[in-house]
Design a protein around this ligand. Structure first.
Ligand code: ZN
Length: 151
């Protein structure tokens, strides 16, 4: 990867970190869960609105955390909107595998490609938890669990 490209990726992360999308409480939420990453201090709540067929009609989040965590939550809430619960779960798996190095960004579906900006975390094991926390929390919310911690 060229240095220019690396810089651009950083900018995407910082932009989402500073101006997160879907950063609000959601009154119509049917499912919500809290995620906690004590190692870094990331804490967030994921709000999901599921319809009767378990499609994610809406997704949002609130919380505080590092740029990686906020950027990941911001992109995730955009991506899972309009998906079925099963699709959201598969996206989690693909993203998780990319971050841990079990898979790579080329395995991501085309509409998930923007998540590859976060693939650099695999070189920093402690940051993997920052990137995956929102996703773990989203899956917990789908399952009706209220709380998860990375520890
Ligand atoms: Zn973090």
């Amino acid at each position: 990867m060229s240095d220019d490209l690396r810089e651009l990726y950083q900018e995407v992360i910082l932009d989402h970190g500073k101006n997160p999308r879907n950063f609000h409480e959601h009154d119509g939420a049917t499912n919500e869960a809290r995620g906690n990453n004590p190692l870094c201090g990331d804490q967030l709540v994921i709000y999901l609105q599921l319809d009767g067929d378990r499609n994610v009609v809406n997704a949002s989040f609130l919380g505080k955390g590092c740029a990686i965590c906020m950027a990941s939550a911001s992109m995730m809430t955009d991506l899972v909107k309009g998906r079925s619960a099963d699709e959201a779960q598969s996206m989690f798996q693909a993203f998780h595998d990319m971050c841990t190095g079990e898979g790579d960004e080329t395995a991501l579906a085309e509409d998930m490609e923007k998540l590859s900006v976060l693939s650099g975390v695999r070189e920093f094991p402690t940051r993997v938890k920052c990137a995956t926390l929102p996703w773990h929390t989203m899956v917990a919310a789908l399952k009706g669990e209220n709380e998860i911690s990375t520890e």
